[in-house]
Design a protein around this ligand. Sequence first.
Ligand code: GRF
Length: 228
Amino acid sequence: MAGLKPAGLKPSGLKLGVLISGRGSNLQALIDACAQPGFPAEIALVLSNKADAYGLERAAKASIATAVVSHRDYPGDKPAFEAAMDAALRGAGVELVCLAGFMRILSPWFVERWQNRLINIHPSLLPSFKGLDTHERAIAAGVRVHGCTVHYVRPAMDEGPIIVQAAVPVLGTDDPHALAERVLEQEHRIYPLAVRLIAEGRVRVDGERVVVEGHVPGTDAALVNPAA
Ligand code: GRF
């Protein structure tokens, strides 16, 4: 019957475009989540600005379409670089763009074009510790609680409505590497969670705050805003 997929195929969900620059462990968490029966999203395209990003191999292994748009092919021409990425994402039918270790700063043009359809994962409890070297800086600042954040992207770096956060205690014995590992484990939990909530249509942006509709089960360490 028209509109029905053959039995055994996963019904399609929200189409994701995942932007990477490197190892792609968060991409892997999204790949694994999307492979679960009933997960309401699928990855339509993995796009890297680096041809040697390990995440591209992860995508290929999962038979996911990949594209490389290298910033080096557009020296001094960020608008053309971003237009090429935008065209690749639109060509793949992407509905939600997920930044997953994508190491280029996006212009207001790109961010506004994907307004509230562009999310990022950052390894700190925003708005603390924007930028790089978050784990070193958290230890140096003596904070007792660190963590990670999934948020909608706004033109200013690491700003935007917070969708999900997870808190990670900082131990007296922590060095940046050990702390990063424990934060990364939580990243791999909350990125798929945030995508699922969005794909289920439960995430609303109210001003510059996110409201998540309904209860989110099993999210003891994941702080959904507002708390469930
Ligand atoms: C993660 O820590 C993420 O929070 C940050 O960049 C890192 C990417 O790691 N934005 P991976 O490529 O997903 O393994």
